[in-house]
Design a protein around this ligand. Structure first.
Ligand SMILES: C[S@@+](CC[C@H](N)C(=O)[O-])C[C@H]1O[C@@H](n2cnc3c(N)ncnc32)[C@H](O)[C@@H]1O
Length: 202
């Protein structure tokens, strides 16, 4: 399973994320989309908790992550931020251990490149969201720019082998095909590669 690859690279994740984040301004992107969220929130693939500092006190967050090594690091970050409104649990997007219709919002940042079964994951997200609930995704996807996508295709085998991360996913289409309605889509970085999708359960 792809998440098991994160067990090998967990120790590298924070320094790399910090370096890439500083370079790309990704911290500001997280802040822009995460800080306004309120209510009962499910975050999937929380990793080392890079989004945690941006949640407001009005968010009650259940953060799922399959890799225990990533969870350990996320726990440390949680201690540092001293937020009481975030609860970390082990879990996968394909099998969410929560009842139907119980979350207002689902958050996924840089996760749908790695999930083993994106369709099943979306249908689980749909199941646990309340009617009218919102799913927000900040993901990298295949590019429609020929040259850029050619580079992504070259990098893809290495990326897949190291972290199970697929640079050729069409996450927007998967979201729509699996039953959530996309109501907003924005290109946020690297032309059309990094995207923000906002979808609702009708
Ligand atoms: C690139 S990291 C992103 C971490 C974090 N969301 C962030 O924005 O920094 C991808 C994360 O997805 C997790 N992951 C992989 N497969 C998953 C699955 N099937 N369900 C949930 N999370 C998964 C990995 O363990 C890893 O922590």
């Amino acid at each position: 399973m792809n998440w098991q690859k994160y067990e090998r690279v967990a120790f590298l994740f924070d320094p790399l994320e910090q370096w890439a984040g500083n370079l790309s301004g990704f911290g500001d992107i997280r802040k822009k989309y995460i800080a306004p969220l309120e209510g009962k929130i499910l975050e999937i693939g929380a990793g080392t908790g890079a989004n945690f500092p941006y949640y407001s006190d009005k968010a009650m967050v259940i953060a799922l992550e399959p890799s225990l090594k990533m969870i350990k690091r996320a726990q440390k970050r949680l201690k540092k931020t001293s937020k009481q409104n975030i609860k970390l649990e082990q879990g996968r997007a394909e099998e969410i251990n929560y009842p139907d219709n119980c979350f207002n919002i689902m958050v996924s940042t840089l996760v749908f490149c790695s999930v083993d079964d994106p369709k099943k994951s979306i249908s689980e997200i749909k199941r646990v969201l309340k009617s009218g609930g919102k799913a927000i995704f900040i993901e990298h996807v295949a590019s429609q720019h020929k040259f850029l996508n050619a580079i992504l295709k070259i990098l893809n085998p290495l990326q897949k082998a190291v972290v199970g991360c697929n640079l050729q996913r069409h996450t927007g289409e998967i979201i729509s095909q699996s039953g959530l309605k996309i109501i907003k889509e924005e290109k946020i970085k690297l032309k059309d590669v990094f995207r923000y999708f906002e979808a609702i359960k009708e």
